[in-house]
Ligand binder design. Sequence first.
Ligand code: ACO
Length: 359
Amino acid sequence: MDYVLMCQYRQCRKHRENKVDMNDLTKPFKRLPVALIGTGSYVPERRLTNEDLEKMVDTSNEWIVTRTGIEERRIAAPDEKTSDMATQAARRAMESAGVTPEEIDLIIVATVTPDTFTPSTACYVQANIGAVNAAAFDISAACSGFLFALKTAVQYIGCGQARTALIIASEKLSHIVNWEDRSTCVLFGDGAGAAVLRSGTGIEGDSAVLASDIGSDGTLTDLLMVPGGGSAIPTTEENIQEKLYTLAMRGNEVFRYAVAHMKDSALSLIERTGIKPEDVDLVIPHQANLRIINAVAQRLGIPAERVFVNVHKYGNTSGAAVAIALDEAVSTGRARKGDIILLVTFGAGLTWSSAAIRL
Ligand code: ACO
């Protein structure tokens, strides 16, 4: 191969032998293909059903199912951290990929519910799994976070700056939900999903991330946000009383933008890759609301049987939703080796993203 692999892990014998030099950015390199080699996911044990919610707020199973498609969601244990769920999903993804912790160069965790503001959740995961050769950091893109992480990892691997990347999306949304607000508390759940990416072969038919797309519109930050707890509205007793550290959403508007941006992002990807909607074996959309999923699929011209849905089991787990769905699709055989899958997401920011992957 006529590329030079650049890497910061000079202490690693394998990398030294490959003449890796992260400081040498002068030599030309060829963009490397990137393959998806493993997936994993984790959801907490505790189920919170719509019937349970009927006892907590003024809602009904019928309203929740008809408006969202959600039947139950998982809730993390009080002492279960975002990094704990991320670690479980990561271990499963590494096992399915057949990689050791030492082989991981890069760990990216997408989350809006980090264990701590700093250090990053990715650093906790790194310590938990013993990925001693990895650089680790978090990204924040809400429900689009997993595909933002994927795009970032693809750039690192594609440029030869990493060889094996672990991307994870993990959320403990139950921690930032206002359990007295029926318009939001019925929607969200906890969980984590992960994938391992590695430089691929580039051989036609082999696994490859074919293309990815990310986008944002920062003029619409107020549609979906956690207003308090940061530097804008610091944590005070009064702000805590007013529940300013919980999710606030203008659901109707979010719904409209979600459908429009998911459709546009997916279509732009389809156009760029030359893939036709009929070539897509499975669409894995963000699992926020069954009505959004159906509307996007309809606009893409993809029939329901080629759209993966698990929102009824987990609700909206933000960035983790598409990652959990990807793992379930692979582990249940719904998506098989060689299949072309189209992932498409939408979230707070506003942000949106899509990716086309041949498994
Ligand atoms: N139970 C019963 N009634 C309810 C509930 C509830 N849980 N929640 C709201 N209602 C009522 C409202 O008060 C309203 O009553 P009113 O007509 O008397 O005022 C009525 O139901 C209709 O409310 P709408 O908000 O118009 O209901 P809609 O059909 O739009 O559904 C929903 C609301 C489900 C939130 C929808 O707008 C939606 O899914 N939006 C997208 C949300 C989303 O995907 N967010 C995540 C983005 S990703 C991320 O980054 C986290």
